[in-house]
Design a protein around this ligand. Structure first.
Ligand code: F6R
Length: 394
């Protein structure tokens, strides 16, 4: 399998001269500007800088993603014995919710709702399955939904590495799936996602064809794990290239509605790992509003187009036209096209190499990628001043 991410880069590596000749008119802008940042980036993510800023070694956790996926896929899940499910309601926040978002987008033939809030939908009742996912086991919004599901007598399953939800689940006989602890929740993505897959398989909500798809998507992690870490030089390393493209600029991330979870994950990881601001939107919706702003050129914008080989013609045509509009208004564009053959392959690939890109971004920003000071502060103050969890019946 050949890495073909960053269309501009792939061509550039094959033959730099040809690249310049090949990129005429609008495309020349793109090629030139992408290559412009290269040396600078190579310097900033030196071994020394990585040791200095990645103190808790989140890069090491990302290296474990292929193994974490296997760990989850090999473990037998605890689920409920209930066959006539109407809707699947997945509850979680932040890094835990990301695994729920992927399930919702992947299982487009199942009625999946993701709740990132304190309350379950009013319509949810006894024939709707609730799966509460919280890596720490202590997130109050997720605990609140869990407690509502208990009250409504809904079929309920939990996933955590420990915490209050584990204790309560054991006390109340709720099937609980314990995943390994010690990671940042966002770096625990493969554990949470593939455990969710196992739970849904056990309940026949994920059929055997879908399960095969999930297993094969885990191979994308192996593939990218050999291509995105510091030992791979910038010119062959898509994660470094992305970090270098957006460093100190304003990233705008665009992808299709079908991979909204990956688009939003990237935007959120730019903030959470990279400690930087970013904006995102999805096609086709952005063609009906956002696109109008591309009249006045903004030299700080860095547009990243997250394309996939499965984009239908009407979407890939839209990508082509909006790219033209971006370039015509003097903006800088990077196009991405991950390896793989299914929608889930593309989503998993994007999660992996873009998460790692945001770790490089943090290091370039001289920040510790794993640190989440503002989240910790907010959780601590809420706990102290409201103690919402103490009011729940757990
Ligand atoms: C921290 C992170 C956060 C948490 C969120 C919910 O790495 O990713 O977004 O995921 O605060 O906490 P958990 O996942 O423990 O329920």
């Amino acid at each position: 399998m050949q890495a073909k991410v960053g269309v501009g880069w792939a061509d550039f590596r094959a033959s730099p001269d040809q690249e310049v000749r090949g990129f005429v008119g609008l495309n020349l802008l793109y090629a030139t500007l992408v290559s412009h940042n290269m040396d600078e980036a190579a310097e900033i993510v030196s071994e020394h800088e990585i040791r200095k800023y990645d103190r808790s070694n989140i890069l090491g956790d990302y290296r474990r993603w292929p193994a974490l996926a296997q760990e989850a896929l090999e473990r037998e899940a605890s689920a409920v014995d209930f066959s006539d499910i109407n809707h699947v309601v997945l509850c979680g926040m932040g890094g835990s919710a990301a695994s729920c978002d992927v399930v919702r987008e992947w299982l487009d033939d199942v009625d999946v709702v993701v709740v990132k809030d304190y309350h379950l939908p009013k319509w949810a009742g006894g024939r709707d399955l609730v799966i509460a996912v919280t890596y720490s086991g202590n997130t109050e919004e997720t605990l609140s939904c869990y407690s509502e599901a208990l009250k409504r007598g809904m079929p309920l399953v939990t996933i955590s590495s420990g915490g209050t939800i584990e204790v309560s689940s054991r006390k109340r006989g709720v099937p609980h799936n314990k995943v390994s602890s010690g990671l940042a929740p966002r770096a625990a993505f493969p554990l949470l996602f593939y455990t969710l897959v196992e739970v849904l398989r056990k309940m026949d909500i994920v059929c055997s064809r879908r399960f095969e798809e999930a297993k094969s998507s885990a191979k994308m992690l192996d593939f990218y794990s050999r291509r995105i870490f510091p030992e791979v030089p910038l010119k062959e390393n898509i994660s470094k290239q992305v970090a270098s493209f957006i460093y100190q600029e304003i990233p705008k991330v665009y992808g299709s509605e079908r991979i909204r979870c990956a688009v939003e994950r990237f935007r959120r990881m730019i903030s959470e790992n990279g400690k930087w601001h970013a904006m995102s939107d999805v096609l086709p919706e952005l063609c009906h509003n956002e696109i109008v702003s591309y009249i006045i050129g903004n030299p700080r914008l860095r547009i990243i187009l997250m394309r996939t080989k499965s984009d239908p013609l009407e979407i890939s045509k839209r990508f082509d036209i909006v790219k033209e509009i971006f370039l015509k208004s003097q903006h800088k564009v990077m196009e991405l096209m991950p390896e793989g053959s299914s929608l889930l392959d593309f989503i998993i690939s994007y999660f992996y190499f873009l998460d790692v890109a945001t770790v490089y971004l943090a290091i370039k920003n001289r920040q510790e990628p794993a640190k989440t000071e503002n989240i910790d502060y907010l959780k601590e103050r809420l706990g102290r001043e409201l103690n919402y969890v103490s009011k729940l019946s757990l």
